[in-house]
Design a protein around this ligand. Structure first.
Ligand code: GLO
Length: 526
């Protein structure tokens, strides 16, 4: 916590309005804090509640808001509710979780966990199984029990009364399970079996509306739900203004572009898919809800390695991706290190990984006889650990992250890519982000403008105009390592445009034909 306080001035300099903190609650850390053992306390590694209060206060002093992660689909198995509930079948907390007898000598149903293996764990003491959609140490809470919901609302109010500014809600669309927890007859989902019985489940909207009525509506806050398995049609039910549920959500459609079936089945992605997905989501929520914009976070590989070129065009492509995130309609979310163009890390052996999802999957694949070499190749593309290596502050030991031993390796490129260096270079990715954020605050068209797509079917060029009142914007980006050609529509190149930002040296003029360099991005006010 003190570390974050130290860096608030840096974040203020960048121009961020809100910090979303990944979970900082008391936790045995089986899943990086997403396994909470006490919602009213702080994880030892991060400090104390006094430190948190200081952080909140210092952030607010700088006009920065703090949004907390709300992890309430499950708790840790070390949470006191679970410790009680496992004791006996008639314990008053038994029904806080999903305890069921086995079936035919095995678990109660055939569902599998997001982190490999069955979604059920047997417990000797009472001879029953409990449900865990994630790790064994993350038992699912039973939201059908009104006492569970009241405990959660009470806890949310406690944090909001402290003055926090909102919640990012972890896998919030998985909280309502179909009654009877039926077997899934379709076992063909790239490994994950059962999700149709809990993703966007039968009572999820009833619960979110109740949460909104009893808690959210009483505060001036923001909410964003993490929601796998949502289409724009389903998303509307969560975020349309008149439904009184959430403000925004994180969907995964664009995160699924480069894999088939499961995240471990990597395939090349296509620019036309990205365009289609972004435009479809824009149209679906237009005037009725609001989109969130992201290309990476703590669960995803680094965006410059995945969608750009993290070698000879690292700086250019990081800026290009930033341009897209900041000039599309919606709220951009920047993941730590993205603003200096941090890249995926090269992990040399399985011992260097820390993430439970990665480690469980590796073990399962080894049982199937896969070689280390082929598994490492996939993990070096997909593991969540790429996003979790220490923030690269400077070129001193451990990238200035700690004087101790970091819990996970530092990306060896920290001498080249770090905050100190970025702040000294006026052409750095950092200053480009800073400028984009400034522009967004200055020009309402960037926030509110409608989107008109140009070059819809092109695999290299991503271009669009934005309109709002009498302001108009033209965004042109070349997503390839070769030059790309953009023919400006007549009504555009005959105007007197103003170049707002670009990632190469160019002047204000728009010719009829613009030749864009590799990963070039330009934004004009027209
Ligand atoms: C991803 C979350 C994540 C947690 C998981 C279990 O879906 O952001 O990092 O591992 O949700 O809480």
């Amino acid at each position: 916590m003190s570390g974050i306080i130290e860096k608030l001035d840096y974040l203020q300099e960048l121009g961020v309005d809100v910090i979303w903190l990944n979970p900082i609650y008391k936790s045995p850390n089986a899943d990086n804090g997403y396994d909470i053992s006490d919602y009213y306390d702080i994880m030892d590694e991060f400090g104390t509640m006094e430190d948190f209060d200081r952080l909140l206060n210092e952030a607010h002093k700088r006009g920065i808001k703090i949004v907390m992660d709300l992890v309430v689909n499950h708790t840790s198995d070390e949470h006191k509710w679970f410790l009680e509930s496992r004791k006996s079948k008639d314990n008053s907390y038994r029904d806080f979780y999903f305890w069921r007898p086995g079936k035919n000598g095995g678990p109660p149903n055939n569902w599998t966990s997001f982190f490999s293996g069955p979604a059920w764990e047997y417990n000797d003491l009472t001879g029953e199984y409990y449900l865990h959609l994630f790790a064994v140490k993350q038992p699912d809470l039973n939201w059908d029990n009104p006492k569970v919901r009241q405990e959660i609302y009470k806890m949310m109010k406690w944090w909001l009364d402290k003055g926090i500014d909102g919640f990012r809600m972890d896998v919030i669309n998985l909280i309502s399970k179909v009654e009877g927890l039926p077997d899934d007859s379709d076992e063909n989902h790239g490994g994950l079996i059962g999700f149709k019985y809990y993703a966007n489940g039968p009572r999820v909207h009833e619960y979110l509306q109740e949460m909104n009525r009893e808690v959210l509506s009483k505060y001036d806050i923001m909410t964003v739900g993490e929601t796998p398995f949502v289409s724009p049609e389903i998303a509307k039910l969560y975020v349309e203004y008149d439904r009184n549920e959430l403000n925004m959500l994180f969907h995964f459609e664009h995160m699924d572009m480069d894999c088939s079936g499961s995240k471990w089945n990597v395939k090349p992605w296509k620019l036309t898919d990205l365009k289609k997905i972004m435009y479809k989501w824009y149209l679906a929520l237009k005037d009725k809800g609001w989109n969130s914009l992201y290309l990476n976070n703590h669960d995803q590989p680094r965006m410059v390695s995945r969608f750009g070129n993290d070698k000879e065009y690292r700086v250019e492509s990081a800026k290009l991706l930033a341009t897209l995130l900041h000039t599309w309609q919606g709220t951009p979310y920047i993941y730590q290190g993205e603003e200096i163009g941090m890249t995926n890390c090269k992990f040399e052996s399985i011992d260097e990984f820390r993430d439970i999802e990665t480690l469980n999957w590796y073990k399962e694949m080894k049982k199937l006889g896969k070689s280390d070499e082929e598994l490492l190749e996939i993990l070096n593309k997909r593991s969540r650990d790429h996003a979790r290596t220490p923030m690269q502050w400077d070129d001193s030991e451990n990238a200035g992250f700690t004087k101790g031993t970091p819990w996970i390796k530092v990306n060896p490129n920290y001498k080249e890519i770090n905050v100190k260096k970025a702040l000294e270079d006026k052409n750095s990715v950092f200053y480009y982000y800073k400028k984009l954020i400034e522009l967004r605050k200055k020009h309402p068209v960037i926030v509110y403008g409608d989107v008109q797509m140009l070059y819809e079917d092109d695999e290299k060029i991503f271009a669009y105009t934005r309109n709002y009142e009498d302001e108009r914007l033209l965004v042109i980006m070349n997503f390839s390592e070769e030059e790309g050609e953009f023919l400006a529509p007549k009504e555009i190149f005959t105007q007197k445009p103003e170049l707002l930002i670009s990632n190469y040296e160019v002047d204000d003029n728009i010719q009829e034909k613009i030749v864009l360099k590799p990963f070039e991005a330009r934004v004009y006010k027209i």
